[in-house]
Design a protein around this ligand. Structure first.
Ligand code: ADP
Ligand code: AIR
Ligand code: ASP
Length: 271
């Protein structure tokens, strides 16, 4: 059997396994090769559009090239970003799923579009930091690049109008943003994701400096990793040169933005 044949068989069995976990209507669509129909747009955010599908439990997210920073105050475009962030996110979500992290990922249906499980987003930005940078450096006067003695976990209330303010466990409880049980599960997943991604990326000569996650609750009540994991939502530094391979190049006008995103895709997927 040729390599190409083996590859296509592997992909088919993956799809069958995925379909087995689904409802009959979903199985039919996936095995039949008919991708989920994109219905009306239900939301347009700063980086993605979200569409309904004929299945009330599934959505299609479509990644845009638009880029924003500083709560939308800085706006621009990073050509090809939508394609790269879609592919990078899906690759990393599948890696995490293989290592026991539940995610919203279902199926990539085009270079910019992915079917995901519809969740109720927990309105928290879950931020994990290994090295001081960005707002942590500013807030605590730590030089960018300073190694933190232990991993820092932060939560911000996801609200652009308020500037995504930092909140702690007490705010989260008082505002009913998440229950203590949900917060414990989210925190445990965040540390596990940090360990898995840091090790995986280190082998590709990428240092995972910090990143932002979002979690949501499925119709069945399961907490899953949602949204995206990409150069828009992580700080990636080249392990050897220290070069920034992420959205800081756009935020601070460092140039070579498209190349940096392309380089991350290349290291992860070889193309
Ligand atoms: P923003 O809303 O911050 O501008 P995006 O442009 O990335 O961000 O829009 C995507 C939106 O979809 C975000 O608000 C995100 O919380 C939400 N989202 C991500 N994954 C899911 C999901 N599986 N189900 C429902 N909403 C999701
Ligand atoms: N982040 C936070 N809000 C939106 C995003 N994308 C990510 C940044 C960075 C981390 O969270 O991309 O990787 C910490 O950001 P900051 O600005 O708080 O230092
Ligand atoms: N994603 C946020 C924004 O678009 C924060 C950032 O990435 O700097 O403003």
């Amino acid at each position: 059997m040729t390599r190409a044949k083996l590859g296509s068989h592997a992909r088919l069995s993956d799809r069958i396994a995925k379909a087995r976990a689904m409802k009959p209507s979903q199985v039919k669509k996936i095995l039949g090769g008919n991708h989920m129909q994109k219905l009306e747009q239900i939301y347009e955010g700063k980086a993605k559009k979200v569409h309904a599908t004929e299945d009330p439990e599934l959505l299609i997210v479509a990644y845009k090239d638009s880029a924003t920073a500083f709560d939308g105050k800085k706006k621009g475009e990073i050509i090809g970003k939508g394609v790269i962030n879609n592919r990078v996110t899906n690759h990393l979500m599948q890696y995490l799923a293989q290592h026991g992290i539940p995610t919203h990922y279902v199926e990539e249906i085009s270079e910019r579009e992915t079917v995901v499980k519809k969740v109720t987003i927990i309105p928290l930005e879950v931020i994990v930091r290994n090295i001081a940078a960005g707002s942590l450096s500013k807030r605590l006067g730590l030089p960018e690049g300073a190694k933190l003695a232990s991993t820092v976990l932060e939560f911000s209330y996801k609200d652009d109008d308020l500037g995504d303010p930092l909140v702690n466990d007490y705010h989260i409880a008082a505002l009913h943003l998440a229950t203590p049980e949900e917060l414990a599960a989210i925190s445990a997943y965040a540390f596990q994701i940090n360990d898995l991604l840091s090790a995986y990326l280190h082998d590709l000569n990428i240092e995972l400096i910090d990143f932002k996650l979002e979690f949501g609750k499925t119709a069945a009540g399961q907490i899953v990793l949602a949204d995206e994991i990409s150069p828009d939502t992580c700080r990636f530094w080249d392990s050897v040169t220290g070069q920034k391979l992420d959205k800081d190049r756009f935020r601070f006008d460092l140039g070579d933005v498209e190349n940096a995103y392309q380089e991350v895709l290349h290291r992860l997927l070889g193309n």
